[in-house]
Design a binder for this molecule. Structure first.
Ligand code: GAR
Length: 207
């Protein structure tokens, strides 16, 4: 079984899409061994509890330094023998030691077509607000490997989603989730499980 450790910060709809796809067999051979939230009281934690998945809150604020926070995260993921780390709406930053420990084994979903509307400060609803302000006709979602910069690692999958003239940030966010995110993140996990993601420099070839 591919042991997944999921990092969350919010409602957890992307976590739910992974749970659903494990249950319906699309992600056969994968299991979520731990869900770690950067915040207390988020609905993602309730989703984990409902499905009897061990969960924990590990918050940067409770540690004196990035190094201590990173060490706590690494210790937790090692305890659960996590093989692939999935950032599913995780809005905190990971440190050098964590990224080094899980190099090429951390993936993230971002709600835009990278390199548009990404980087520091672009998270949650903000990429959708910025896309509407800019007036783009198409946006989407991206799954990528994680490195030390925001949203900069090699791109695994992208899917475009139409922007409609009467969209609000909320309606656009929901359409991007429904049409792209909930499909792409499980798909990337499945490709990883099947050893079909081949890293060639900063590019990912899908076999
Ligand atoms: C999702 O739209 C995800 O792409 C985004 O946060 C939302 C979390 O929703 N992630 C980022 O912005 C990361 N930079 P969820 O908690 O319902 O999965």
């Amino acid at each position: 079984m591919l042991r997944l450790g999921i990092l969350v910060s919010g409602g957890g709809t992307n976590l739910q899409s992974i749970i659903d796809k494990i249950q319906n067999g699309y992600l056969a051979g994968c299991g979520i061994v731990t869900v770690v939230s950067s915040k207390t009281g988020v609905y993602a934690l309730e989703r984990a509890q409902k499905h009897n998945i061990p969960s924990a809150v590990i918050s940067k604020k409770s540690f004196g330094s990035m190094e201590e926070y990173d060490s706590a995260l690494i210790a937790h993921f090692k305890q659960y023998e996590v093989e692939l780390v999935v950032l599913a709406g995780f809005l905190s930053m990971l440190g050098q030691a964590f990224v080094d420990t899980y190099r090429n084994r951390i993936i993230n979903i971002h709600p835009s077509l990278i390199p548009s509307f990404c980087g520091k400060g672009y998270y949650g609803i903000i990429p959708h607000q910025k896309a509407l302000e800019y007036g783009v006709k198409v946006t989407g979602a991206t799954v990528h490997f994680v490195d030390l910069e925001y949203d900069s690692g090699p791109i695994i999958l992208q899917k475009a989603v139409e922007v409609k003239p009467d969209d609000t940030p909320e309606s656009l966010q929901l359409r991007v989730m429904q049409e792209a995110e909930w499909e792409l993140l499980p798909k990337a996990i499945r490709l990883y499980k099947e050893n079909r993601l081949i890293l060639e420099g900063r590019k990912v070839r899908i076999e």
